[in-house]
Design a protein around this ligand. Structure first.
Ligand code: CP3
Length: 344
């Protein structure tokens, strides 16, 4: 993988153009995703290695993206620990047995790798498909949810607008919250090390909802556990740390020593990079809503970000958050073409 643009950029080496991949690149904005989704439930898709591989390959084959990301979900760790997980159309993820107190936390299991073996199996199938692409060298990104974000789903029982239950759990039952966060961190270390052993070429930690936290609470209830996870990973592949809130938290994120900080769309990405220690790359940071706009706007906003990063080593083009399901496929394809045609 040494010649992959993505790996080079993740390791802060020079590239002739920025590599590009997009969060949620395999999903509902693709008609080909629906052809599969209409036949299986989302969790069946995740748990059947051949299907997970088919979906993982869609953006590689149809968009010409520079990196593949494993088709799975951040909530499978919560499910393996004992959460009763379902994904319902129009409702999103649901845990039927939300965590409410210390007793509930104590009931969750941590020795659960055998329940996640389907992910290792999927990684092996995907790698055999990617190897058939020959010289292209498309790396596979594995991932897991960060403890705070996974905890929020376990406590809320699903998605939340304001994280009220999660915050009250943290504020009023800190011992239980910390115990839960540490349990998720322990599972995540095993899980990511399993993915690395099975052959992923990079891993990303998703802390999608960190932006709900204050500076102090981010340190105490999120960063501390991400740092713990990263320090225990088998560091044979680059580690990417993503959070929404990175425009504010990037300097703290860097203390956990990831290879790449993934930046949301609020900040000037070059300014964020300048605040990070040498050798930490950045990924980002297009507002995904730009992909709804006219092509001239899409091109302009992409080139602004790329020009801003000119002369900087260690830049991966991505969105500030995931692609929305109703973004036109054509626009996403166009965005990838604009980035791939660019030369510094
Ligand atoms: O990026 C990829 O293409 C890889 C696959 C991937 C999925 N989820 C597939 C998915 C990844 C990396 C994730 C991560 C994930 N899951 C995050 C972190 C990234 C982010 O967007 O913040 C979060 C917060 C989740 C939790 C989750 N899973 C939610 C909130 C939802 C529902 C979203 C919605 O709009 O309904 C899911 C379901 C999910 N995960 C889908 C996909 C393709 C949709 C399932 C379907 O087809 O119905």
């Amino acid at each position: 993988m040494k010649n992959s643009l993505f790996i080079k950029a993740a390791l802060s080496q020079e590239t002739e153009r920025p590599p590009v991949w997009m969060m949620r690149q395999a999903g509902r904005f693709m008609p080909e995703y629906w052809e599969i989704k209409n036949k299986y439930s989302f969790l069946e898709m995740c748990k059947t290695p051949e299907i997970a591989a088919d979906v993982t390959m869609l953006p590689v084959d149809l968009l010409g993206i520079d990196a593949a990301i494993l088709f799975s979900d951040i909530l499978v760790t919560g499910e393996a620990m004992g959460g009763q997980l379902s994904f319902e159309q129009g409702v999103g993820p649901r845990f039927a047995n939300p965590v409410q107190n210390l007793k509930d936390v104590e009931a969750l299991e941590v020795d659960v790798l055998d329940r996640l073996q389907y992910v290792a199996d999927a990684i092996r199938v995907i790698q055999s498909r990617l190897s058939k692409l020959g010289d292209q060298q498309i790396p596979l990104i594995g991932f897991a949810g960060a403890p705070f974000t996974v905890m929020s789903y376990l406590v809320e029982g699903g998605s939340s607008k304001d994280f009220k239950k999660t915050k009250l759990f943290m504020f009023n039952q800190p011992e239980a919250a910390h115990k839960l966060l540490q349990k998720i961190a322990d599972v995540t270390v095993d899980y990511l090390n399993m993915q690395i052993a099975a052959g992923v070429n990079a891993v990303q930690i998703f802390d999608s909802w960190a932006l709900a936290l204050s500076w102090d609470d981010y340190r105490e209830f999120s960063h501390q556990y991400i740092q713990n996870i990263i320090s225990r990973l088998n560091r044979t592949v680059p580690v990417i740390s993503f959070c929404k809130g990175s425009s504010v938290f990037a300097p703290i994120m860097a203390e956990a020593k990831p290879d790449v900080v993934s930046v949301d769309w609020n900040a000037d990405i070059r300014n964020i990079k300048s605040k990070l220690p040498q050798g930490i790359a950045v990924q980002g940071n297009l507002d995904p809503f730009v992909l709804y706009a006219d092509k001239a706007v899409i091109k302009d906003r992409i080139l602004r970000i790329i020009e801003r990063m000119r002369g900087e080593k260690g830049f991966i083009f991505n969105l500030g958050h995931g692609i929305m399901p109703d973004i036109p496929f054509d626009n996403v394809k166009y965005a990838v073409e604009v980035i791939k045609e660019f030369r510094y």
